[in-house]
Design a protein. Structure first.
Length: 79
């Protein structure tokens, strides 16, 4: 069974406190806008590592590709 965008969203939300989370995809490739206060003071690679940690082994087993836009709540409001 291929993961759905809704399922990927649930996976991320279960492991990371998000104030906004939008995931789109086709079962193989996904893109996400992830807004979390946990990203404050972190470089982009550190933000991605937090998301990968939330996804755990699913990143290797279920999700083939994930493009992310990671923002703090303040950055998200400024857009």
């Amino acid at each position: 069974m291929l993961p759905t965008p809704e399922l990927v969203k649930e996976y991320i939300a279960a492991g990371l406190d998000c104030t906004h989370l939008d995931v789109e995809g086709d079962g193989h490739h996904f893109s996400a806008v992830i807004v979390s206060p946990a990203f404050a003071g972190k470089r982009p690679i550190q933000r991605h590592q937090l998301v990968y940690a939330a996804l755990g082994d699913r990143m290797r087993q279920e999700i083939h590709a994930l493009s992310m836009k990671t923002l703090t709540p303040e950055e998200f409001q400024q857009q």
